[in-house]
Design a protein around this ligand. Structure first.
Ligand SMILES: Cc1cc2nc3c(=O)[nH]c(=O)nc-3n(C[C@H](O)[C@H](O)[C@H](O)COP(=O)(O)O)c2cc1C
Length: 191
């Protein structure tokens, strides 16, 4: 059993990555191989709507980091998507990845069917629920199984510093609960 945590922040070691690591370390402890995939420092070009994936069943945009990450998304059993809120939205880096990954996978009719996961969202002050919903919609249309928790996986990161998140103990507890539920579900479905 494998899970990946994709972090859409362009900053390494930031708040979203911190919270993602909380989730991934619980999955690891529960016996699920977990990998952090930060998009920081990677280039993911946006979908250009060429629609060549309809014929070629792959994304033809080349010269960036899409293909490696897309392969990992296809091969894993669990996917957690983490994003900081950028003007009430997920980051453009993450959306570029999700647009292309979803459109290519739709051509195969395999989608990401049956994979288990959910979103984690961090903001300084507001816009969490828009971004959380935006990511939930992506999970849903890709025929995935979404895990709940004791609250939404949303966190406040105060002034925007790299580790402000540590003060939001309720969010950390919510994400821990989410990760335990995800592990429990993955073990039921996959073993
Ligand atoms: C371009 C940009 C837009 C942002 N928009 C919002 C916003 O709409 N609401 C909010 O509360 N914080 C906003 N923030 C703050 C980030 O969401 C916040 O600093 C977050 O902790 C960054 O996560 P990271 O440490 O994982 O990069 C924005 C930050 C940037 C750089």
């Amino acid at each position: 059993m494998r899970a990946i945590g994709i972090v859409g922040s362009p900053r390494r070691n930031g708040n979203t990555e911190y919270l993602m690591n909380v989730a991934l370390s619980i999955l690891e402890r529960e016996g699920i191989d977990s990998e952090l995939i930060p998009l920081a420092g990677k280039e993911i070009k946006p979908c250009d709507g060429c629609l060549r994936c309809k014929k070629e069943i792959r994304c033809v945009i080349e010269g960036d980091d899409f293909e490696v990450i897309y392969r990992k998304m296809r091969e894993t059993d669990g996917i957690i998507l983490g994003s900081p809120v950028y003007f009430s939205s997920a980051t453009p880096q993450l959306i570029s990845l999700l647009d292309r990954a979803a459109y290519v996978s739709r051509q195969t009719r395999e989608f990401f069917s049956g994979k288990i996961g959910g979103p984690i969202v961090v903001a300084r002050r507001a816009g969490h629920n828009f971004t959380f919903a935006q990511l939930l919609l992506w999970f849903f249309i890709n025929d995935m199984i979404i895990v709940g928790s004791s609250y939404w996986n949303v966190a406040l990161a105060g002034s925007g510093g790299l580790r402000d998140i540590e003060k939001d103990t309720e969010a950390i507890e919510t994400v821990r609960h989410f990760a335990y539920s995800m592990a429990r579900l993955m073990k039921k479905v996959y073993s």
